[in-house]
Design a protein around this ligand. Structure first.
Ligand code: ZN
Length: 293
């Protein structure tokens, strides 16, 4: 096999949603091991192997991929989550800003950065060195999420480093921050919804334009094969596991029954799809040509 060739994978993706444009961008991808934890904490080796085999996936490692989303509506450009930023660049991530430029968005063009939550793969790209990565952007964050990380109340011990990172980034940015609650509209047709559990104040965002709609669900589920079809299985990444399980079941049921298009930060790139019910559980339905019709 030729040593001069490398894998090629798509890293940017755009489709029209009514009068809006939705662009998903791969911030990067990392191979992580093992698979359990973080996934399938309630399954033994044999069960894990059987489930992985069903999806033609290995059972001892997985690829974690990170897909922030940009929605352009009217004269506003809203970026949902910022990827890892500079800290990710030694490890296959932190590519968001470079790839935004490849699809025509300069850092100055971003008018709002809306956070689903404050884990490192979502807030790491707020700063570029000592400067704001998106200098003109208002920073929008759930009030409950902000309160939890600020006070530290209910933040699990394994997120101590994450909390330090949060405080370092956001303490000096009070003037740029707008705190929101569920039901608030952050841009024309873009409404925040509470989906607590993965983090204590995790938010999703529903984007509507004409008859078209997409739910940007952040980390509602973290893996198309190991969390989405097993919504009751506790996931190590979830900061309040029982609440995450309840929220996952509620929102998955809602989007499955309504046929709502969704974008997931950790769904396989381009991260766009639908959910269908599968018995008592759910299955991921990747979007295909319905985006282009
Ligand atoms: Zn994440």
């Amino acid at each position: 096999m030729s040593k001069t060739k490398t894998n090629i994978r798509p890293v940017t993706h755009r489709f029209a949603l009514g009068d809006a444009w939705v662009t998903t961008i791969l911030d990067g991808a990392q191979v992580r091991e093992p698979l359990r934890p973080p996934f399938m904490l309630d399954k033994d080796d044999a069960e894990l192997q059987a489930i992985a085999a069903t999806h033609r996936l290995p059972w001892d490692r997985f690829e974690n991929s990170y897909t922030p989303t940009v929605v352009e509506v009217g004269d506003m450009v809203v970026l949902f989550d910022t990827g890892f930023g500079p800290n990710g660049r030694d490890n296959g991530a932190g590519m968001l800003r470079e790839r935004l430029a490849e699809v025509g968005y300069q850092p100055e063009d971003i008018s709002v950065v809306a956070f689903t939550h404050c884990h490192p793969d979502h807030i790491g790209g707020v700063m570029e060195g000592d400067a704001l990565a998106y200098p003109n952007a208002r920073l929008v964050m759930g009030r409950v999420e902000h309160q939890a990380w600020t006070s530290g109340e209910g933040i699990p011990d394994n997120r101590a480093g994450n909390r330090e990172m949060f405080l370092k980034i956001f303490a000096p940015l009070e003037a740029q921050l707008t705190l929101i609650d569920g039901g608030e509209e952050i841009a024309p047709g873009v409404v925040a919804e509470e989906a607590f559990g993965h983090s204590l104040g995790h938010m999703t965002y529903r984007v509507s334009s004409g008859d078209a709609q997409v739910l940007i669900w952040g980390d509602l589920t973290n893996h198309y094969a190991f969390s989405l079809p097993h919504p009751d299985s506790p996931v190590g990444f979830d900061d309040d596991k029982p609440q995450a399980i309840a929220t996952r079941n509620r929102v998955l049921g809602q989007v499955a029954d309504a046929g709502t298009m969704v974008v997931g930060h950790h769904m396989p790139f381009p991260g766009v799809g639908y959910v269908r019910r599968d018995g008592d559980s759910f299955a991921w339905v990747p979007a295909s040509y319905q985006l282009w019709l």
